[in-house]
Design a protein around this ligand. Structure first.
Ligand code: NAD
Length: 487
């Protein structure tokens, strides 16, 4: 039995290699975070499955790379059409598998999957261009050539959405792909593989290997047949992958963790600030970009906290399939225990837990309450480490210098949020912040033309527009002399 029925459709639990399904001798159990129910036994990839997938991707590369952006774009747009036609199915599968809100998957996340593929397909055709320029009469012609096989390793918090930030540009650039999705959330990748087949993407161009990071992931990142490694996940895993990549000098792109500041200035609209603060609990706090350190000017701290409290009190925690639910479960027992460990240790240290502080007793299972820690001890674990759950810290500041030092005072530099009523003041702050993305009076606005990535330990490289192609492609300059022509 290699298929399971999830959300009313059949999903194959085997790898997808060379357009066909490939079993592994071993499997692992996948359960739903909503209620712990059994979803299926998933192929547990090893070096053999990875070797088969890389071999298939390498064999498919010459034809796919020569197809050119236009023909590739037609197939990728067909794939995007199929994703759009299957938004509801994909949304339901993803919610069962990772526990994120169904209404978000339906309205935002799955339509964006289609958009990601379409955007990069069209960008390769229409926008990937650098004007030729002259050097002493010689012409520099810059092109983006396909590079080979891209190994893509992705996390579980927005499984298909994050994967297509990589799949889209890699395939549009003319690379072939081996995807290793996170072990806790394999299902949408399998369904997506079927859609690539229906779209007419040639066999071997897109491959998926399931399994554990330490097995399938390690074999893939160490593989000599891979030309690029694109990884989204945690800093500790990135360090392991960086070592593997170093042995083969394989270029890497890393989208890693964060402990981003959400700054509320004295001149801020406090209703807006509270609205933005509550959004930091989105996806049960399992968002890399989340502004988990709320830094609020002392003069407005009490009024802000009151507004924030009433918004948090209105949040409904529960089954993510219920359209009224705002906060669902954590993704997995292991992750739930990790979050609980952080909070338990903060409690043991005597930190001030303003609300939440533990599992939701009524719901049981993997539902952790939205939690706020006030004025955490400087340098303590709760305010330094990435928790990746619904746990925020709130600290106060007095001067701009203070808040800039606090905001930049972590090893991360993924994102920052600034809420201010004064444009010049906001700019003085944003100019000093170290972060790949800064949102002013907003959160989570993302345009695929813009660069996205992290500073410091939050990543290496940038995704989006030309930045993505700069990574997946071999950027080439052909310098043509005015001399030597026989015309
Ligand atoms: P993780 O690092 O544990 O795992 C991510 C992926 O790496 C999984 O597919 C896993 O199987 C694989 N992996 C694990 N060990 C490996 C190894 N030795 N070799 C190769 N692959 C291996 O991260 P996670 O818990 O799945 O995701 C949460 C992390 O991801 C957080 O730190 C979060 O901030 C980060 N994240 C970052 C972004 C971003 O865009 N910057 C987006 C989402 C999540």
């Amino acid at each position: 039995m290699h298929t399971i029925e999830v959300a009313g459709v059949l999903i194959d639990t085997r790898h997808y290699v060379n357009g066909e399904r490939l079993a592994s001798p071993a499997t692992y159990t996948n359960t739903s975070p909503i209620d712990g129910s059994f979803l299926g036994e998933i192929a547990r990839g090893d070096a053999d499955s990875v070797n088969a997938a890389v071999a298939a991707a390498r064999a498919a590369f010459p034809a796919w790379s020569k197809l050119g952006p236009k023909k590739r774009g037609e197939l990728l747009n067909k794939l995007a059409d199929l994703v759009e036609a299957n938004v509801e199915t994909l949304a339901n599968i993803e919610t069962l598998d990772n526990g994120a809100l169904l209404r978000s998957h339906l309205r935002g996340v799955m339509p964006r999957v289609a958009m990601n593929i379409r955007f990069f397909a069209d960008y390769a055709i229409n926008d990937l261009h650098h004007d030729a320029f002259e050097t002493r009469g010689h012409t520099n012609n810059i092109t983006w050539d396909p590079s080979g096989v891209a190994a893509l390793i992705t996390p579980w918090n927005a499984p298909l959405m994050l994967a297509t930030w990589k799949i889209g540009p890699a395939l549009a650039a003319g690379d072939t792909v081996v995807l290793k999705p996170a072990e806790w959330t394999p299902l949408t990748a399998s369904y997506f593989a079927d859609l690539t087949k229906q779209a007419g993407i040639p066999d071997g161009v897109f491959n998926v290997v399931f399994g554990y990071g330490t097995e399938a992931g390690a074999a893939l990142t160490a593989h000599t047949g891979v030309s690029r490694i694109s990884f989204t996940g945690s800093v500790p895993t990135a360090k392991i992958i960086a070592h593997a990549a170093a042995d083969n000098l394989t270029p890497v792109s890393f989208e890693l963790g964060g402990k981003s500041p959400c700054i509320v200035m004295a001149d801020a609209d406090l209703d807006l600030a509270a609205e933005i603060a509550v959004e930091q609990y989105d996806n049960a706090g399992q968002v890399c970009l989340s502004g988990t350190r709320i830094l609020v000017h002392e003069s407005v701290a009490d009024s802000f906290a009151e507004k924030f409290r009433s918004k948090v009190a209105a949040l409904k925690q529960g089954d993510p399939r219920d359209p009224d639910t705002d906060i669902g479960p954590q993704v997995h027992q292991v992750h739930f225990d990790r979050i609980k460990g952080f909070v338990d240790r903060a409690v043991a240290e005597g930190q001030d837990i303003v609300w939440g502080g533990g599992p939701n007793a009524e719901l049981g299972g993997l539902y952790f309450q939205p939690t706020l820690v006030k004025n955490p001890a400087p340098g303590s674990e709760i305010v330094s480490a990435e928790i990746f759950g619904p746990v925020l810290c709130m600290q106060t500041f007095l001067t701009d210098d203070d808040v800039i030092a606090m905001a930049n005072g972590t090893e991360f530099g993924l994102a920052a949020v600034v809420v201010s009523g004064d444009r010049d003041h906001a700019k003085r702050i944003t100019d000093e912040l170290v972060a790949g993305t800064i949102w002013v009076n907003c959160f989570f606005v993302r345009d695929l033309r813009a660069p996205f990535g992290g500073s410091k330990k939050s990543g290496i490289g940038r995704d989006g527009g030309t930045w993505s192609f700069d990574f997946y492609a071999d950027v080439k300059n052909t310098v043509v002399s005015p001399n030597g022509w026989k015309e």
